[in-house]
Design a protein around this ligand. Structure first.
Ligand code: ZN
Length: 321
């Protein structure tokens, strides 16, 4: 995997705030399509912990070297554990204890919560306590692909920063280095960013498949049973997650030339997929086949802009949003 492009202006801004001693205690990082969230969070952390306060770290000072060796005592990164669908309360408690300790280097303590939207409700509540009572010189950097999935109480405690999409040539280089081959100049900047976001994912095939199926189903080029037979049903959570990503980008595209009833239906679809995803992350294991089939049915209804049918599907899925 090639290195993700870094938002240099954002890092410079963070370093300025640090010099003025005006760093907030909590920052929520978001990015279009969630692209380069992890890379940027790490680069911000490294810059702020560097003794030289050098963008992306000088690489030579003691803190930079410790950061590289993953032995920096004032830095911790929290993410969902391998094979787990969510970030659990024990993980968060342990990380909050870390934030509460005095810093070893006498400076900043920094915690990254990667994929904060994957926290369970108890985990989010545990983090909220720490956010409500910030400790000394500490910064908690949260990243979220779906920031709306975070509890409002968490969001309101964080300063939100949006990562600016990288320049086209950087995205092209990233895609080439990720083994995606060269990109035609006919591809729009928007599509390019989306391709980069997919390439960054550990299983890009889920996203490509979900994207093409969502599009074909909405435009009625295929029917529900065709869509269902094509979807990879080996991992329900990944399938729902990738359909949600595809829905978000379709919403963004539709907003440019809105067909009102379809856009409304798409927003409903987004809510439903979000709710299903949360449920799956909490460990609910519904009958897989039924769930995916029902979601395909819902997508077809969304394509027709049939809001009454959409409401019925929501009822069948047990979602009241
Ligand atoms: Zn350094």
């Amino acid at each position: 995997m090639s290195q993700t492009p870094i938002d240099v202006a954002l890092i410079a801004d963070m370093l300025d705030l640090q010099k003025q001693e005006r760093l907030p205690h909590a920052i929520l990082l978001v990015a279009p399509f969630g692209f380069a969230l992890k890379g940027n969070a790490k680069a911000i952390a490294k810059s702020l912990l560097c003794q030289q306060q050098s963008a992306n770290g000088c690489g030579a000072c003691k803190p930079c070297q410790a950061f590289e060796n993953q032995s920096h005592g004032d830095y911790r990164r929290l993410a969902q554990a391998e094979g787990k669908a969510s970030i659990g309360v024990d993980q968060v408690r342990e990380a909050c204890d870390f934030v509460a300790q005095t810093s070893g280097y006498g400076d900043l303590k920094l915690l990254i919560v990667d994929g904060a939207d994957k926290m369970t409700v108890p985990a989010a509540n545990a983090l909220l306590k720490t956010l409500e009572e910030p400790q000394g010189n500490s910064l908690i950097l949260l990243t979220a692909e779906f920031s709306w999935a975070l509890p409002a109480t968490i969001r309101s405690r964080c300063q939100q920063r949006i990562i600016k999409p990288p320049a086209r040539e950087l995205l092209e280089a990233f895609l080439t280095n990720s083994g995606q081959g060269s990109v035609s100049s006919a591809v729009s900047d928007y599509e390019l960013l989306r391709m980069a976001a997919y390439a960054e994912h550990s299983r890009p095939q889920f996203f490509q498949l979900a994207d093409s199926i969502l599009d074909a189903l909405i435009t009625q080029q295929i029917d529900v049973s065709q869509a269902y037979s094509q979807l990879d049903k080996t991992d329900t959570l990944e399938t729902v997650n990738s359909l949600l990503h595809a829905t978000e980008s379709t919403c963004a595209r539709e907003s440019d030339a809105p067909n009102t009833s379809r856009l409304l239906a798409l927003l409903e679809l987004q809510q439903v997929l979000g709710a299903v995803l949360r449920r799956l992350r909490l460990g609910s294991t519904p009958a897989k086949e039924g769930l995916i089939y029902q979601i395909c049915t819902l997508i077809a209804q969304v394509g027709r802009g049939d809001l009454a049918a959409v409401a019925e599907s929501k009822r069948l899925l047990g979602i009241n949003t």
